[in-house]
Design a protein around this ligand. Sequence first.
Ligand SMILES: [Zn+2]
Ligand SMILES: [Zn+2]
Length: 344
Amino acid sequence: MQALVKTEKGVGHLRLLEMPEPRPGPGEVLVEVRASGICGTDVHVKNDTFPYWPPVILGHEFSGVVVELGAECRHYKLGDRVVGEPHTRHCGQCYLCRTGNVQICPEKRSPGWGIHGSMAKYLVMPELLLHGIPDSMDFDTAAVVEPTANAVHDVLERAGVVAGDFVVVLGPGPIGLLAALTARAAGAREVVIVGAPADAGLRLDKARELGFENVLNIGKDDVVETVMDLTGSVGADLVVECSGAPAAIAGCVDLIRKKGRICAIGLTGGRTVEFPWEKAAFKVADIHFCLSTSYTSWERAIHLMATGQIPAGEVITHRLPLSDWEKAFEEIETLRALKVILYP
Ligand SMILES: [Zn+2]
Ligand SMILES: [Zn+2]
């Protein structure tokens, strides 16, 4: 089968190669991939800025159909339409696994960087990490369940957004927009979306298209002043930081009210952040760091997407055959695309 493979360590080294079709072992199923989204993680693996074990097939944001069952599979059957949590190879025995946090087990090796991923015709997945998707959900949209589950886990389960909250989202990439849609689905009274001048075209336009009215550009707008105006000088209940930009991270404290929350999602790429610790202390801020997803966030994401409460499929801007992977990565890295779906 054709697969997009990171062949060795270093920058680049992506190639479309002929790879052997995998076989499911005990407790595993073979999934025929119908759609595979490109995640920031895939771009980081391409650019050598995320851990990975080459040679490895990229991709973990997939949807597909179960086409073969390994021994001891009991819950799924042939033809089932599925998505799957990328918490493969978690050990099941460490403190984190035993306390229900398999997503951050130190032994976890996910599809796309630790084991072969979904940018290929077939992918092997443990049955216990699958979720069924409703017939009404198309495969492209289903491939966006994974990043949506991240947004749901971070914004709902970690940062605890509640109805009536005033929310500010910094960084209007796919995760930022999904976080904004999630906050709105949870009943936020206002979601302000903030981008940089480079986001002015596609990303901020998409935010307006999704119905957000207060879409700000730090190159033109005074974000603190706008948020204070809109909240009667109280400040936001929650700031969701998805940009990873050190200046934006430091600025979160100015946007929240006293006892407000910061939901930290964006990664800085290892840059050091100068953070106004004392200011955060006097604001009695809660900061929630976020990584990966939970079982419940997948179920919530699937239901909220299926009912249209989170129109996650709207962040898809490009649909391309796997053979066009080079163009797909380029469109993402030059900010001309949001979510790109590849068809193996
Ligand atoms: Zn992802
Ligand atoms: Zn573990």
